[in-house]
Design a protein around this ligand. Structure first.
Ligand SMILES: [Zn+2]
Length: 468
């Protein structure tokens, strides 16, 4: 498999540090609100990566953190007169509702920053001891000038960053250089705090990810992921801290997903073109949102509009309908009196798997993988709709393959809705009535079925019932 590595700016063959195992760290949400569409993209992207690596036989360990202490959390908690703990725990629960809906698998470890304080303090102390960090009036800072490789991920260098910035760039913080960044912030009035060798305070944002990655995955991980907006300064700073501390490469591959534009403009709260996943899920199935996202390769920008989401809904329904039809065909096929023929679906299944894997091996190209799935859906539709002598066993295997590929993308097909026994009984009565040419009765029964929220459709394989 090839992965585009932001560090080297090219696609590279993926070779894990340890054969057969993959360690992934992805920056998680700051839990002070519902997450929006832009936040959802890395969740879906890296969940899909994880699923695909598992499909390829790797043992994956996946860590995604919750940032439960920072300025946004503190400000929102103050505004709502609740503790930062209560606020963040509330939005962690809300996160799971949406993430579960999007079928994002739970990470193996989902640490909170506030549960990692001892490890963070230890790491900062090591950086001070090694001369990479210094204590000042308002906290502890990392000295970017002491780390010669600073800027290697983003392509910035310290001089350019500081040129012309002057004292303004010190941001009111007492640090030696504008590009130095906070590892520990001394307590301000009204803020939650923890004890440390440098006084009461709280960790800076960047250090939590380094400390958690070290704690749960070790000093060198395989893949570090996040949104493109995190390349600088967040990931640049993670690299500086981690590598200065350990003396080893922090992550072999850096993967970053692209932005989401709303009606061709950058999504921003201030522009009012801002959609939370929770709001969208009131109008669309969560699977439609995931499907919409996966129709783009993860590095390409996505343009979002209602029209495009509606189009995604139509596309998703085509897949669901194909599967329902195939299941119905299989339910009706008794395999006794009929003479069945193989239609070549077995070969088409193999071709679909090959095309799917080729696409996914090329830097997780889910757009091409989806195209392979649609070709396969067309093949299955042809076999089910146009042939009435399709061999059920061949169809059964093709359907299993299709469901497997969808599962790798995290796309969950609703179980064929269980039809209540009383409705099935009505359908049987109606068929009886039709056999006896009692069409009035048959129509009355249909009305009853519809009144109960179901619809019945007559097909060559017999009556097909579904929820309306
Ligand atoms: Zn991070």
């Amino acid at each position: 498999m090839k992965i585009y590595n932001t560090m080297t700016r090219q696609k590279e063959e993926f070779v894990p540090v340890e054969a057969g195992k993959v360690k992934i760290y992805v920056c998680g949400p700051t839990v002070y609100d519902y997450f929006h569409l832009g936040n959802a993209r890395p969740f879906i992207t890296f969940d899909t990566l994880r699923r695909y690596l598992e499909y390829k036989g790797y043992k994956v360990t996946f860590v995604q953190n919750f940032t439960d202490i920072d300025d946004k959390v503190i400000n929102r908690a103050n505004l709502q007169h609740v503790s930062t703990k209560d606020l963040s725990e509330h939005y962690i629960r809300e996160y799971y509702i949406d993430a579960d809906g999007l079928n994002v698998e739970r990470a193996d470890f989902q640490p909170r920053a506030t549960d990692t304080i001892p490890e963070i303090i230890k790491m900062i102390q090591t950086l001070i001891d090694k001369g990479y960090a210094y204590v000042s009036d308002d906290g502890v800072y990392f000295s970017t000038h002491k780390f010669p490789e600073y800027g290697k991920l983003s392509g910035y260098n310290v001089e350019d960053l500081e040129e012309g910035a002057g004292n303004r760039a010190l941001n009111g913080e007492s640090k030696q250089h504008p590009s130095d960044f906070a590892l520990w912030k001394r307590k301000k009035e009204g803020e939650p705090y923890w004890e440390s060798p440098w006084g009461e305070g709280r960790p800076g944002w960047h250090i939590e990810c380094s400390a958690m990655a070290f704690k749960y995955l070790g000093e060198t991980i395989d893949i570090h992921g996040g949104g493109q907006d995190l390349v600088f300064p967040h990931h640049e700073n993670e690299i500086a801290q981690s590598e200065a501390c350990s003396g080893h490469v922090f992550a072999k591959y850096w993967m970053h997903n692209g932005f989401i534009n709303i009606d061709n403009a950058k999504m921003a709260k201030s522009k009012g073109n801002f959609f939370t996943v929770r709001d969208l899920a009131k109008h669309y199935d969560y699977m439609v949102i995931r499907f919409f996202m996966l129709n783009c390769q993860y590095r390409s920008p996505i343009n979002f509009s209602r029209d495009l989401l509606n189009a995604a809904q139509t596309g998703w329904e085509r897949i669901v309908t194909c599967i329902e039809n195939a299941r119905f065909y299989l339910d009706q096929a008794t395999g006794q009196e009929a003479v069945y023929k193989k239609s070549g679906l077995a070969d088409k299944s193999q071709a679909a798997v090959r095309a799917f894997e080729t696409a996914m091996d090329d830097d997780l190209n889910t757009a091409d993988a989806m195209a392979a799935i649609f070709d396969f859906v067309r093949d299955i539709n042809t076999a089910v709709v146009e042939e009435d002598d399709q061999d059920p066993e061949e169809l059964r295997q093709a359907l299993a393959t299709l469901l497997k590929l969808l599962d790798v993308l995290g796309l969950k097909i609703p179980q064929s809705g269980a039809i209540p026994e009383e409705i099935t009984a009505l359908v049987r009565e109606r068929s009886e009535a039709k056999v006896q040419h009692n069409y009035q009765l048959a129509d009355d029964i249909r009305t009853k079925i519809e009144a109960a929220g179901y619809q019945v459709e007559d097909t060559p394989q017999g009556p097909k019932v579904s929820a309306k």
